[in-house]
Design a protein. Structure first.
Length: 446
C-alpha cells in the first residue's frame, strides 16, 4: 500500500481546494475499486482454509476426545464385557474380554461377573490374572448365584464377602435376605399372586376386584329392598323343601339314573333288574384248545356265588387223565403241593360196573380216568365250582362222559385250604390238549 506522502500530505502552503480534494479522493476511489476486485477470491480462500483446518483438527482430536469421554467415568476403567460361554460355578473361571474393552480395562482385585440378560446369575471372586493383549481374564470364583451357561457377562468391581459378618453386632450392617431368612422378591411376588388368586377364586373377570364385588352386593341389596314380595315367596318355596338333615316327603322321589357307586340311591327299576338277574348264569369267558399245554380261567371273584365250566370235545394223548388245579394269586402260580387236593369219582363203561377212585391228598384233582382218546373219542363234562372267593375249602362237583364208548363219570373234590380261589387250570397228566372248547359261566350272587 502507498505511504501517506504526496498527494495526501498537506502543509501550511497547500491549497486545500476543490482541485486538491478531487485529486485525493479520486486516488482513494481507484484504490478501493482495486481492492473490491480481489475481495471474492480472498473470502473463498478464507472459507477453504477454515474447512481444511477444521477437518484436520477433527481427525487429530476426535479419537482422543472419545477416549477422554470414556475415561471421564471411572466405571469405564473398572468394567468390561465378555461374550465367553461360561457355566456358573466356583473355582477358577476364564473369560475373554471383548476387544473394544481390553486396552482401557483395569480389573480390580475382587470382581463381580453378572449376566446382563439374567442379572440373578452372578459369580464373584478374586482376580488371578489379566492379559491385556489377548483379553484373557482369570478369576478364582468363591461365590455364585443362579445356574446355567451364559455368554453375556459384565465384569466390574465386586465386594468380597465379609468373613466376620456373623459376629458383627453394629446396626445396621449389610446383610442378605438368606442370612436373615427373608423371602426373595420372586417368592414375595408369588405369595401375593397366590393370595389374590385365593381371594378371587372362580369369581370371573366381572367380580375379580373388591370394588366390583361391593357394587354387585349393593345392587343385590337394592333389589331385595324393592322385592319384598318375591323374597316372601322364596322363603315359602324354601320352607317346602326337604332339609339336608332329613324329613318326610309328601310326594314321590324320582331318580334319573341307576346308582354308579356302592352307596348310591337305587330306583325301583334297578332293584327289579337285580332281582330278575340274581341267580342267572352269565357267560364270562371261553377258550379253544389246539395242542395247548393247558386251559386257564382267571378273575374268579365274589361277584358270583358259583361258577359252571362246560367242556366239550376235549382229548389228548391216548390213555391220559384229565386234571385240575387252582390258584390264589390270579394265575401266576397254581397250587401243586402233594396234599393240596382231595376227592373221588366213579366211572362205568359199557362192559364193567361202576369203579370208584379217590384220594385224601394229591397234587391235583383227577376229573377223568385214563381211557382211549382220539378226535372221535372225546371228553364232555360240566364242572361246578362253589363260592371260590370265600375263605373256605373250595369245593367242586362234576359229571360227564369220556372215552370211545362214552364212559360215564361223576365226582366231587375240594382244595385242602381255607383260602379264596381266583383262577383254575385244566391239563392232562402228559402231553397237550389236542382240541376242544371250554366255557366259563358265573352264577350271580343274590
Amino acid at each position: 500500500m502507498a505511504s501517506i506522502d504526496s498527494p495526501y500530505r498537506v502543509d501550511d502552503e497547500t491549497a486545500v481546494d476543490t482541485i486538491w480534494a478531487n485529486r485525493v479522493f479520486g486516488d482513494i476511489n481507484n484504490r478501493i475499486k482495486a481492492l473490491e476486485g480481489t475481495q471474492a477470491s480472498v473470502d473463498a480462500a478464507v472459507d477453504e482454509l477454515k474447512t481444511f483446518g477444521l477437518e484436520r483438527i477433527d481427525e487429530a482430536l476426535r479419537p482422543a476426545a472419545e477416549e477422554i469421554a470414556a475415561l471421564v467415568n471411572l466405571g469405564a476403567l473398572l468394567s468390561a464385557n465378555s461374550a465367553s460361554a461360561v457355566t456358573i460355578g466356583t473355582s477358577q473361571q476364564t473369560l475373554t474380554i471383548d476387544a473394544t474393552d481390553r486396552n482401557r480395562f483395569a480389573p480390580a482385585s475382587y470382581l463381580a461377573i453378572v449376566s446382563v440378560g439374567t442379572p440373578d446369575n452372578v459369580m464373584s471372586g478374586t482376580l488371578v490374572s489379566y492379559d491385556r493383549e489377548s483379553g484373557a481374564l482369570v478369576v478364582d470364583v468363591d461365590t455364585v448365584a443362579g445356574s446355567g451357561t451364559h455368554s453375556d457377562w459384565r465384569i466390574s468391581v465386586g465386594v468380597p464377602p465379609n468373613a466376620t459378618h456373623s459376629g458383627q453386632t453394629d446396626n445396621p450392617h449389610l446383610v442378605t435376605a438368606a442370612q436373615v431368612g427373608a423371602p426373595t422378591t420372586a417368592e414375595l411376588t408369588a405369595a401375593v399372586d397366590q393370595a389374590k388368586a385365593d381371594v378371587i377364586g372362580a369369581a370371573g373377570a366381572a367380580l375379580d376386584t373388591l370394588g366390583e364385588a361391593e357394587a354387585r352386593i349393593q345392587a343385590a341389596e337394592a333389589t331385595i329392598g324393592t322385592n319384598s314380595t318375591s323374597i316372601s315367596s322364596l322363603e315359602t318355596t324354601v320352607a317346602a323343601k326337604l332339609s339336608l338333615a332329613g324329613g318326610t316327603m309328601a310326594g314321590a322321589l324320582i331318580l334319573d339314573a341307576n346308582p354308579s357307586g356302592d352307596l348310591g340311591a337305587a330306583p325301583k327299576q334297578y332293584v327289579d333288574q337285580q332281582v330278575a338277574t340274581a341267580g342267572a348264569m352269565e357267560l364270562l369267558a371261553s377258550a379253544t384248545a389246539s395242542a395247548s399245554a393247558s386251559i386257564s380261567f382267571t378273575g374268579l371273584s365274589s361277584a358270583f356265588f358259583a361258577y359252571m365250566l362246560d367242556l366239550d370235545g376235549l382229548y389228548g394223548s391216548d390213555a391220559q387223565q384229565l386234571l385240575l388245579r387252582t390258584s390264589t394269586d390270579g394265575g401266576s402260580t397254581y397250587d401243586s403241593g402233594s396234599s393240596d387236593y382231595s376227592g373221588s369219582y366213579v366211572y362205568a363203561t359199557y362192559s364193567t360196573g361202576p369203579t370208584a377212585v379217590g384220594s385224601s391228598g394229591d397234587s391235583r384233582l383227577t376229573l377223568a380216568h385214563a381211557t382211549f382218546q382220539s378226535s372221535t373219542s372225546r371228553t364232555s363234562m360240566r364242572i361246578i365250582i362253589y363260592n371260590p372267593s370265600a375263605t373256605l375249602y373250595t369245593r367242586f362237583s362234576w359229571a360227564g362222559a369220556t372215552g370211545q364208548f362214552a364212559d360215564t363219570i361223576t365226582g366231587a373234590g375240594q382244595r385242602e385250604s381255607a383260602t379264596d380261589v381266583d383262577a383254575i387250570q385244566l391239563f392232562y397228566n402228559s402231553g397237550t390238549i389236542a382240541a376242544g372248547t371250554a366255557k366259563l359261566y358265573g352264577l350271580k350272587a343274590a
